[in-house]
Write a protein that binds this ligand. Structure first.
Ligand SMILES: [Zn+2]
Ligand SMILES: [Zn+2]
Ligand SMILES: [Zn+2]
Length: 216
């Protein structure tokens, strides 16, 4: 048994007709939805829980019971004990709010001289210049206010230079244009550098004065 077993949220609601709450970020490839799953293996009787169990989104919306899900309406799991692929989803429930909070890793927090806390994310940017060839780029050095990140404020509701650090267009033909943050998401595991990278052209947009680069 893992510690996950104690966090199983109860889903014994009486309103069978209403749709359960659906969080966009728990939808995967448009058809899957992440839930807390309770599994068992008929071959060795092993039981386990899994916080990233995926079931068919429309079945989730219709509150179809685990028992009534077809094999292709849930993503199979292999038994961790005997490797059997006959495992069965016994029960599922919505993930707890604790489990769906955006992840925060300390080494991705950057505190500036004014004690503002910025969080490094993966951002997608659009050039403000409509005639630009590059138009869109991505950056793993996108910095968003940690408080906005935690509240999961979408990029469209963030103000450049106040809530996130602006960036120059990546095109050298267009470097007087700036970008607007379109989307952002947590960095995937494995990103280890913890410092903002203030390469020359970026620094004039730094909200910190003097630029943090000069302090490093
Ligand atoms: Zn087994
Ligand atoms: Zn551009
Ligand atoms: Zn700077």
């Amino acid at each position: 048994m893992t510690d996950e077993t104690t966090e199983s949220a109860s889903s014994n609601t009486t309103e069978e007709v209403t749709e359960p709450i659906v969080h966009d970020k728990l939808i995967s490839r448009r058809i899957w939805y992440y839930v807390f799953g309770e599994w068992s293996c008929p071959d060795c009787e092993n039981e386990w829980t899994h916080k990233r169990t995926r079931i068919n989104l429309s079945k989730y919306k219709n509150r179809v019971k685990a028992d009534d899900l077809q094999d292709n309406e849930r993503v199979k799991q292999q038994c961790r004990k005997c490797s059997s692929k006959n495992s069965k989803l016994i029960k599922y429930s919505p993930l707890s709010s604790e489990d769906i909070k955006p992840p925060v890793r300390d080494h991705l927090i950057w505190k500036d001289a004014e004690r503002n806390e910025w969080y490094r994310v993966y951002g997608t940017w659009d050039c403000d210049n409509n005639n630009c060839e590059t138009i869109r780029w991505t950056s793993a050095y996108t910095f968003v206010l940690l408080s906005k990140y935690l509240e999961e404020i979408s990029a469209a509701d963030l103000t450049r230079d106040t809530h996130y650090w602006g960036q120059d267009c990546k095109s050298t033909q267009c470097n007087s244009s700036r970008g607007t943050l379109k989307e952002y998401r947590p960095l995937r595991r494995g990103s280890s550098k913890n410092r903002p990278r203030h390469l020359g052209t970026f620094c004039h947009k730094c909200p910190v004065s003097p630029c943090v680069q000069t302090e490093l």
